[in-house]
Write a protein that binds this ligand. Structure first.
Ligand code: SAM
Length: 336
């Protein structure tokens, strides 16, 4: 039986490979999108967190992602699912990778997360959706459509009285509402919402609630290896799932811990610090490294992140939040 919660500070390639194969029921993850930017937080307790989302090329980005996606697939049990959250920049390329990795027949859905908000396109339609690619490990998978029904529209005649087919068969409205399809209208986290923690690219809990409720069962193990501020992990814990997740940035782990603690899960999980990637805080000239994202960031960015992360590290308790025994922390350099 896996532990109820495990939060890891480290490179997910290492910590995913260290987990027993087949030990996850659902991997739901939101990696960097290859925006070419330093993603800095808006406001809130996690600010000023930032992580670099720059690669020398899209090929370098895919080189980074490929072994990690393979490690995620290996972690899934035979009825498990993987959902990868991306946007227009790389969704098509990653889908081709996932087709190769899982087999095209294992593609289940592309969920379009549509959101509204400021910004009107001047030369093209405003980009207001992300793409969530869902693949199943095997020919059968968990799918609880009834747990994610939505209320019928107030104008729905069907909701009021159902319909009767020409053949006289009666269809009654479902008491829990209508099944959702693959286009989801869910607002982004409002800047004034108490949910907003200030971590860059924070995703709405409602989005993760729907995914986790539909694609896993209570007691299942949910994994997010690019956890950021821990949205998926907090939601998994709240929905009674075991969970495991991690991030390479101390600022992300600190934000996740704040959210888990605020949600009442302090002491209900283990925190582990893994060794940092062996890059010694140095940045290779852009283009010289094919896959390491940090080597495609400029030295100024790296120095800024190093100082921010060492500040975060100093404010992080050395011990696990839970009373469970922790492996002794491995000495780490301020690589980022
Ligand atoms: C898009 S953000 C995730 C945001 C998250 N879904 C949330 O709601 O807060 C991607 C995260 O991946 C992390 N990351 C990037 N490379 C990583 C690696 N090699 N191992 C672990 N985490 C990594 C970044 O630090 C960043 O926090």
């Amino acid at each position: 039986m896996s532990e109820p919660g495990l939060l890891v500070l480290g490179d997910n390639l290492e910590f995913l490979r260290a987990e027993p194969p087949g030990s996850a029921d659902l991997v739901v993850t939101d990696p960097p999108f290859a925006t070419g930017r330093l993603r800095a937080g808006p406001s809130g307790p996690a600010a000023p967190a930032a992580f670099p989302d720059r690669w020398a090329s899209l090929e370098a980005y895919l080189d980074f992602l490929r072994p990690r996606l393979a490690a995620m697939r290996d972690l899934l049990q035979p009825r498990g699912s993987l959902v990868v959250h991306l946007d227009f920049r790389a969704a098509h390329l990653v889908r081709a990778e996932l087709d190769r990795l899982f087999g095209r027949g294992r593609f289940v859905n592309e969920i379009i997360w549509h959101y509204t908000g400021g910004g009107r396109g001047k030369r093209a339609f405003a980009r207001k959706h992300d793409n969530l690619l869902w693949y199943a490990k095997g020919p059968g998978w968990t799918f609880n459509i009834d747990s994610v029904r939505e209320p019928y529209k107030p104008t729905s005649g069907y909701a009021r009285g159902g319909i009767v087919s020409r053949a006289g068969k009666r269809y009654a409205p479902h008491p829990d509402g209508t099944p959702v399809d693959d286009v989801w209208d869910i607002p982004i986290v409002n800047p004034l919402s108490p949910e907003r923690c200030g971590y860059p690219t924070q995703k709405p809990e409602r989005l993760l609630e729907r995914l986790i409720a539909a694609l896993s069962n209570p007691g299942d193990r949910v994994v997010d290896p690019f956890c950021g501020s821990g949205t998926a992990l907090v939601v998994a814990a709240r929905l009674g799932r075991a969970w495991m997740g991690g991030d390479i940035f101390p600022a992300a782990i600190a934000a996740t811990r704040r959210r888990l603690d605020a949600a009442g899960f302090a002491g209900a999980y283990t925190l582990r610090e893994d060794a940092p990637p062996p890059r010694g805080g140095r940045c290779a000239p852009a283009g010289q490294s094919s896959s390491a994202q940090y080597c495609s960031t400029c030295p100024a960015t790296t120095a800024r992140l190093a100082s921010q992360n060492s500040r975060e590290r100093m404010s992080m308790p050395k011990r696990a939040a839970s009373s469970a025994a922790l492996p002794s922390p491995v000495p780490r350099s301020s690589a980022l």
